[in-house]
Design a protein around this ligand. Sequence first.
Ligand code: ADP
Ligand code: MG
Length: 571
Amino acid sequence: MFSPEFSALGVAPELLAALYDLEYQHPSAIQEQSIPLLLEGKNLLGTAQTGTGKTAAYALPLLQRLTPRKDKRPQVLVVTPTRELAIQVAQAMESFARKLKCSIIPIYGGSAMVPQLKRLSAGVDVVVGTPGRLIDHIQRRSLDLSAIEAIVLDEADEMLRMGFIDDVETILAAAPPQCQRALFSATMPKQIKRVADKYLGDAHHVQISSPTTTLDQIEQYHLLLHSGQKVEVLKRLLEVEKITAAMVFVRTKEATTEIAAQLSNAGFRAAALNGDLSQQMREQCIHRLKQAQIDIVVATDVAARGLDVERISHVFNYDIPFDTEAYIHRIGRTGRAGRTGRAILFVSSNERHLLRGIEQATKQQIALMPIPDGKQVSTCRINTFADSLRTTLTTQELANMRTLVEEIAAQDNIEMVDIAAALAWQLQRDKPLYPKFKEIAPPAPAAARRRERPQERESGAPTGAAGAMQGYRIKVGRRHQVTPRDIVGAFTNEAQLPIRSIGRIKIEMDSSYIELSSTLPERAITKLRTLQIRHNPIGLEIENSGTNQPVKSKYKKHPASSAKKSPRRTP
Ligand code: ADP
Ligand code: MG
């Protein structure tokens, strides 16, 4: 009945019962490593990405170590960077501690002081708070740290980023020197390392390194578009993706309200989440998302930190984040609690280097997905429409309506199917089942674009090859993010072709056309067949009758890349 694995870590039966109810069956890596150490009272330095289960890793052992006492001074202090996180951690601890007799309160700025003072003076066991407000209470002497047995710094790097590091030190210095300390951080910048050395010198270091273990559950894609197309593309995606709930990340507060309004106007249940909202409004927004009263939250990074809503099936990076960490935090809002999620990143033509940076840092390729076209949207709307008809037919009492329709049909001698068609037409007026969309063409990769305009090409290498040429087709193209430079690079460096043996190159969506000198030795061709570009085997094949023809007529022989676009989404 109880998870034997948690039990083996030393977790007490009262807590095991709560874990059972919460459906925590297997401890996560950081839980497995941290729980026994913290139960023994050791100091701990934990590095782990978001979504790895850090809360339970420290909450379970520290709750278990609470001792029943009369004076009710707090025994455990958890410091978090944001109010959202403070609330979340307090709630998580409450849910673990249901069978223990203890009280846990969150304390954060932006909420009324008086209730906090009351609760503190009534006595608590665990305080979870943000640095600024904790210091307020320490200074007012409403928070007494003299009986603290354990202090946790959660998301320490985030506190550093938000400028709280001095406050954090003040708090650490105010607690009894012998108390147990745990520090969790996704990264270990110098300043954090310094605090750790100073306050948890003898700490055991627990490191859960590979971010892929946490991102495993998340399918990542990117989409190339012009920035002016973003709203339209987002709306299409919201229709064609199977969305339960979604976060849309943007750069500015203004953008949150603007985009949320545009989505609401288009009939989506969307709201903005940003730092301008009062604390109460923010909590309400998250609550409504949890309760499925809204489905889409448009947020800035700061406002959405630590947000943990299991319903979130999709994260849209509407504005590409500037750093990899923000990217990982954002997409970590989906794929929660063992579910799978999809993360879709909008990339405009001058942001490609940011995409490369994210791919390098996460050591993962983020596959390209095409912009959904009118036909896909139409198919989705028709499916939804048909489903709603079926539901109505099976769940509603329709006797009245049948009589009514039959009367109208008889009166004017109309065919039933025509009546149904007219009703269908009325129903779809606001959201046409056959929408007339402008097709959106994504920007072509920069390098390829240059090459597609023959008059812009310099006459020299790599395309100034002399002699008869043979056309080939290779199975990598725009979809694989291949540029002409990649191809030339692979052919000259890895297959050792002389640069003058390479002729014209044309990158298409799924494949590319390339001309090579027809005098190349068979050996060279054999070698080329084994080449990979961006980890894709190139599958070199001769392309019909490729001799030295003008580029343009050559291109006409291949179907335009747009005709090849398939709705396929997997790489
Ligand atoms: P982190 O602080 O590392 O970002 P959290 O502690 O917020 O991660 O946990 C992320 C999510 O995973 C939460 O929804 C939490 O309830 C869930 N979770 C954590 N540990 C487990 C577990 N052992 N089994 C199932 N779900 C878990
Ligand atoms: Mg956390």
